[in-house]
Design a binder for this molecule. Structure first.
Ligand SMILES: [Zn+2]
Length: 150
């Protein structure tokens, strides 16, 4: 898809402007579409650790991408414009989004977003139903929030 097609697809999915895009972590299925949203004027938001991982491991993975079933034509690595160490809150008086860093967990830079009005938690890949569980190379078990329940 070209830039105009991506912009049209975004406008077809919402009539609201997209000011911010939050990456829960650096993995490609979460961050490789950043450039599409930057092209329509959005700022990318993620933790400092997420940004560091995206610029190192994420950049390597994007350069070596060979999955023909999921082509990334037109996608480019975007520098994150707004990073945070522990968290950040967006509140315009109508909507409130509380973003909190929780990594290292699924990756070093995981963060979650809580929409307090709707009582929705956006957890990224912290909570999955994959057959293999969350047993990926980046996962760190010790600091995982659920460790406190074991
Ligand atoms: Zn992931």
């Amino acid at each position: 898809m070209g830039r105009a097609q991506n912009s049209a697809a975004i406008k077809a999915s919402t009539n609201k402007p997209v000011h911010y895009v939050f990456d829960t972590h650096y993995h490609g299925d979460h961050a490789y579409g950043n450039s599409i949203f930057v092209d329509v004027g959005a700022l990318i938001v993620c933790s400092e650790s997420c940004a560091e991982e995206l610029l190192t491991k994420g950049a390597r993975m994007l350069t070596n991408w060979s999955d023909k079933a999921h082509p990334l034509e037109g996608s480019r690595l975007e520098l994150h414009i707004l990073t945070f160490s522990e968290g950040v809150v967006f509140d315009d008086g109508t909507e409130r989004v509380e973003i909190t860093g929780v990594g290292p967990t699924h990756s070093n830079g995981d963060a979650v977003a809580y929409l307090s009005k709707e009582k929705i938690l956006v957890s990224g890949d912290l909570v999955v139903t994959w057959t293999a569980g969350n047993n990926l190379g980046d996962a760190r078990w010790r600091p995982w929030p659920l460790d406190s329940f074991s």
